[in-house]
Write a protein that binds this ligand. Structure first.
Ligand SMILES: *Cc1c(COP(=O)(O)O)cnc(C)c1O
Length: 386
């Protein structure tokens, strides 16, 4: 038996701190962390401007979005979603949300707050939203915008963007995709899949500190933004004001709209350099390989997943049903075994599920430790299984 004297419940042993398999924030490389401790450079500093430009250029590679306009601005994933909606959807429009969990609901909440007529097509938990139903809403309700989540971290569902873009564009609707839990871990083909606006943020598979909102606009969306003749209600998020700043930064010249969070930019540039060194294709393949290793182990342990169709399983997040007889104390038992796992957050299945984040700088050793801890928890005294 492990006593509390030798093992801190939250941080593991002194020799081996607990492993956090969270969705975000994810583990940072030392090189990335050290940029946060630097004195902020002057904003016209050449090295800073080069770092900013690299963030914009390298995000185009991560998203396979040559020719897109990339915005890297202060904010979270949520504020990036809000910026997209507030800048590209005129008040009074009708929108349709393909909801695969918590984040589809957030898309809807943002749109409702902006006064948009919002229809939500809710997927069966663990499945993708029904395409025929989505198409019916786009036709019957004359929705000008389709909003989707690439990977929903509450369900673990990865939505195939190819059929979504087909129905959106067939009905003349714009496609906006929340890729906060996908970029850096999944294959993203913004150009090929004609995702008008792809939205993400730093603290998940991009392995950088939280605090930067990222939006990538295909040329049609950029043109729509540039010629917009109605005001964005969110002054600080007005992408018309940010547009010349991003263009200027990419060309190595400082321009001002608001003070950029310079240390976050430096840290993000460092994280993107590591991603570039690994290669985005290799990075996605690593996520897939580690996911398969995790899923094989879960099968062996008899732990079932919410997502049953392997084609819909995300590379970087897994949502599992609690093992039989283990619900309440299970995550505490896993923590006793040295691994911190987040509880479920799905609007309907949250109470019966727990989650595993395997995003960013995850290693084979992390997966092995996680499976060992899960096995230990299943067999823990009082754990329920005979
Ligand atoms: C984490 C997450 C968000 C929200 O990001 P915040 O930075 O917490 O606002 C949005 N969408 C998805 C899919 C996420 O996983």
């Amino acid at each position: 038996m492990t006593s509390h004297a030798t093992r801190d419940r939250r941080y593991g042993t002194a020799a081996r701190p607990a492993l956090s398999m969270n969705i975000g924030p994810t583990r940072l490389a030392r090189r990335v962390r050290s940029r946060l401790a630097e004195q902020p450079p002057p904003l016209y500093d050449d090295a800073f401007l080069i770092a900013y430009g690299e963030c914009l250029r390298r995000m185009r590679v991560v998203l396979d979005a040559a020719g897109a306009t990339v915005f890297v601005i202060p904010g979270t994933g949520t504020s990036a979603l809000e910026a997209a909606a507030a800048n590209l959807i005129p008040a009074g429009s009708t929108v349709t949300v393909a909801s695969t969990g918590q984040w589809g609901d957030r898309w809807a909440a943002i749109c409702e707050r902006l006064g948009l007529r919002t229809y939500v097509v809710v997927a069966t938990p663990g499945e993708a939203a029904d395409l025929a139903t989505l198409e019916r809403f786009l036709t019957d309700q004359d929705s000008g915008v389709l909003l989707a989540t690439h990977v929903d971290s509450s369900s673990g569902v990865r939505t195939d963007l190819a059929p979504l873009q087909e129905i959106a564009h067939r009905h003349g609707a714009m496609l906006l995709v929340d890729g906060v839990c996908a970029a850096g871990a999944e294959t993203v083909r913004q150009n090929a899949n004609r995702v008008d606006v792809y939205i993400t943020s730093t603290p998940k598979a991009l392995s950088a500190p939280a605090g930067l909102s990222i939006l990538s606009l295909l040329p049609a969306a950029t043109a729509q933004l540039a010629t917009r003749n109605w005001p964005c209600v969110n002054y600080s998020q007005d992408l018309q004001s940010w547009l010349p700043v991003m263009q200027s930064m990419e060309n190595g010249r400082f321009a001002y709209f608001q003070t950029p969070p310079s240390n976050l930019i430096l840290a993000f540039a460092e994280a993107l350099e590591l991603i570039t060194d690994e290669g985005i294709t290799n990075r996605v393949a690593r996520h897939r390989r580690l996911r398969d290793q995790l899923h094989d182990g879960l099968n062996t342990l008899g732990i079932d997943q919410l997502v049953t169709d392997p084609e819909l399983r995300a590379n970087g997040v897994t949502v599992c049903w609690y093992p039989a007889d283990h619900e309440a104390g299970f995550l505490n038992q896993v923590r006793e075994a040295g691994v911190l796992l987040p509880a479920g957050t799905h609007p309907v299945r949250g109470v019966s599920t727990f989650r595993l984040g395997h995003l960013g700088n995850v290693t084979e050793d992390d997966i092995t430790r996680t499976l060992t801890a899960l096995e230990e928890a299943i067999h823990a005294p009082g754990g329920g299984k005979p």
